[in-house]
Design a protein around this ligand. Structure first.
Ligand SMILES: [Zn+2]
Length: 88
């Protein structure tokens, strides 16, 4: 019996060729296609201009927990903006 390179996942009927992942049903696949990971892969392969929103981890710093942190949070943001303006 010939063994192909394809890995057959049990119960998985649908596959995303782009991300090499498998899905049990149409719903799961649709969810994946709308998801970030898929669009990131799409962006990498086909369309560098495609907008993919950053993850929460990438939008730093995360929301401050107290007044002191709120201050640093705002201050840092302002400083970043100023630095960006200077660069122009
Ligand atoms: Zn995909």
């Amino acid at each position: 019996m010939a063994v192909s390179g394809d890995v057959k996942f049990p119960h998985a009927t649908l596959k995303c060729e782009l991300c090499e992942c498998f899905f049990n049903d149409e719903f799961a696949k649709n969810l994946h296609v709308k998801g970030r990971r898929h669009r990131l892969n799409y962006k990498k392969k086909y369309d560098p201009n495609l907008y993919v929103e950053p993850t929460k981890a990438m939008v730093r710093p995360s929301l401050p927990c107290c007044a002191t942190h709120l201050y640093t949070f705002l201050f840092r943001k302002k400083r970043l903006r100023r630095r960006r303006n200077n660069a122009r």
